[in-house]
Ligand binder design. Sequence first.
Ligand code: ADP
Ligand code: G6P
Length: 477
Amino acid sequence: MSGKLVVVSNRIPTGDTPSGGLVVALHGALEQSGGLWVGAHPDTAGPGDTGLTEIDRGSYTRLAFHLSEAEYDSYYLGFANSVLWPLCHGRADLVELERSYEEGYMAVNRRVARLLADKIEPDDTVWVHDYHFLPLAGELRKLGVSARIGYFLHIPFPPLSALSTLPSPDDFADWLASYNLIGLQTRRDTARCLEMFRSDPRAEFMTDGTVKFQDRVVSVRSFPIGIEVDRFAEAAATPTDAADLGADMGEQLVIGVDRLDYSKGLPNRFRAFGEYLDRKPEDAPRASLLQVAPPTRERVAAYRAIRAELEEIAGRLNGAHSELDWTPIRYIHHAVDRDLLAVLYRRAEACLVTSLADGMNLVAKEYVAAQDPEDPGVLILSRFAGAGEDMTEALLVNPYDVSEMAEAIATALSMPLEERKRRHAACLRVVRDSDVSGWAQRFVDCLRNCVPTLAYDGLPDEVPERTRSRTPVPETS
Ligand code: ADP
Ligand code: G6P
């Protein structure tokens, strides 16, 4: 197959340091394969419907569609980040149901489909990313696009019960069924997606593991996302002026790097660090927490609330524990250059990833890749992050249990070298197995092998009648 790769995601890199797992991962993948990446222009001042603008041409082409202020409010801040994001991260209590959000979301998906349709040739491979574009394949099919279209959800797949929170709960399965392939981060997500189809009377399971949904056929598989392992390891080991950074922060450094999102479990992380300081023996080395947390989606009330809460906790803990020459929590509110980040990871004796829910969590993988294998630090990892499914040799913690996390910090900071090396080697194997170039290649290969779609005119001939079955078939990936 010779067609090009067309990637669609809301966020595209615009030259600044990318933060957010999706952009970081796809930038790496597209740099290697070349192709076209279409996403939202960061400037929302314009009128909206202005076509696609080329924003950069490097090893791949980037085209941007403009969102008007109203579209940004309803599609991005509204349905994507005030409905789908909290829903998928187990926070149905934060879901804001406004009719205009769903209307704006559908309108943007329809518009992007119109902008894209004539750029897609039948032998192209289209790869759509994340919760901003669930209905995109359906809209493209209505415009006659017959190319293979795959979808990757970077965030947790919601449990069946949570889907009932949506204004039109049945749409979710219908949107997804217009793709040829649905990729998910973990086996747990895949099981949830299959559970959704199993409970839907419109779906039938085929003996080859695919799902027939009315007149469409879709495959569901997990593809755990990764990072550019070698590039990260190299950056971490390259001496820079910043190599001493942190040396004045105390004898031991614990690091956290997250967008300031309520799903990252930051308040409990700070509390756990405070409890560790309270309980630490007098003669244990002094330890600091360096938390890098750039603000994100600040016009959504829940994000302003988490920022205020965290600042209050950090202020209280620093007030209680600081000394004249030392502040226990350093809290940086902006993005950090990625090479510097790698150096800081390597400098840190432990890393705290305490998400209450997380699709994968690339920080966990970056921290492991950045370590010196002869003297590695310890990853403390939430069992609710996708990364915890395979990185079982990290110190796995329950992020709701502050005392357990405080104990994990003490364990990590006093762990003997041999145990650190053993745990790190096991985690590094997992990180290498999911290297981002292999991840993208696996997804694209799998998509190119999927049965093609005959735009809404019945099942493709390749799916013989005898493979149809009502018996659920376990997913094998
Ligand atoms: P999410 O996708 O929810 O933001 P991930 O941990 O999967 O969470 O991905 C976050 C990505 O963004 C990582 O690659 C991380 O290095 C990067 N990142 C997060 N915060 C910063 C920051 N302050 N400066 C630079 N990069 C950051
Ligand atoms: C997560 C999501 C991405 C998103 C990123 C940053 O990684 O899965 O889709 O791009 O967070 O969020 P933002 O809203 O700034 O794009």
